[in-house]
Design a protein around this ligand. Sequence first.
Ligand code: GLA
Length: 391
Amino acid sequence: MSARARESFARSFGEVPEACARAPGRVNLIGEHTDYNDGFVLPIAIDLDCVCACGPGRGTVHLASADVGAAYEAPPGEALRAETWRTAGAPRWASYAAGALACAAREAPALESMLRTRGIRLAVASDVPLGGGLSSSAALEVSVALAACALAGEAPADIARACQRAEHEFAGTPCGLMDQFVSVHARAGHALLLDCATGAFEHVPMPPGWSVMVLDTGVRHELAGGEYARRRASCERAARALGAPSLRHARERDLGAPGLAPQDRDRARHVIREIERARTGAGALARGDARVFGALMVQSHASLRDDYEVSCPELNIAVEVLLDVPGVVGARMTGGGFGGAAIGLVRTDDAPSAAPSAAEAYARRTGRDGKVRVVRASGGASAETAPAGCA
Ligand code: GLA
């Protein structure tokens, strides 16, 4: 577990933490903007994570962040109420942590009573770049919810859904389930195919000899900024116009329906095709067919750029740059869009030379610093407790 979170806890509270948890960020390989349409997604958890160290409180909810170097303290009645976080100027990082505590507590009676009577003290430290499209917020929420439950001696039923609710109610982002789900349920060396309609999932082995490269565009997105919610509303309108409970149940051949506005039709076309690509992609990945998978990634990006309109010039350049590098067979934006990161599927032998040449080409074309990492498909979140502090 991260020394930074433990040190931050010790510095902030003068004690050792009694429970710790780590939760990873993610990249989505394919199946973008499909989760809130009851579709399929195929993300991997990555080897960057958030760690939360915690101990019993002194009657307040006291949150410290090693990353932003700030703290927040309030009585539980205030800290754990969603309204508190709707006021202008409320610290965003703390809203994720408070939301995760409040929403996990609804399903975990021992945590609920601990928070109400004693409160909690916790410190978080993350190496998932904030706002970089790698789900830094889900990693934060899941690590906090897990650590707090471990401290209270309780295993709540569904950490992923509790954390998704935190994002809706406390951070005001109407996200789907993908980010929190993969952070909890990922398996090392595997992608996770999640059917968002049923919650059923399977682990799909990553093809040997292939790696995932992530190019951070340096453009920071803000999903609560409205575009994400507008896309979601557009999909719901389209489903209604098509008489379908969600776009999962809509067919491309029905998109000529007269009641469907042209823009909603484009959004729906993306979703319907992307759900199919995620399904086909999982099969290709499982067979080790990187070339087919790479071609699907390229189609996915074009559809997100043209039909769903969630890309941006820097993401389009990042994808072009990645596709130009020897050894790369596919590339696309990943996550919500409007900035954040692009990913490329690259032959592992070529990755050491591909990463710097992609970074250099991106910097040359955009004038921005493009950080490129090769990530490993990693395991999901885990917690530990120890009477004398976390290891
Ligand atoms: C964000 C949301 C996810 C998902 C993606 C787009 O990451 O948090 O739920 O909708 O955007 O696929």
